[in-house]
Design a protein around this ligand. Sequence first.
Ligand SMILES: [Zn+2]
Length: 63
Amino acid sequence: MKTIYRACKKCRLLVDAKNCPIHPEEKTTTEWFGFIFVESPEESIIAKNSGLLTKGRYAIKVR
Ligand SMILES: [Zn+2]
């Protein structure tokens, strides 16, 4: 079975849990589009522009 990723509405991190590990109070959603994989946030311009500080998968758009 395919893993359905969910995105945090606050930081857009993609997880397979119902709550974000960084923002436990924030519910994740399946309503997201596209994703980027951030390997080294300090070297990635996209990550910097998007305010992504942690390595991981992020949704580009979250509803
Ligand atoms: Zn979050």
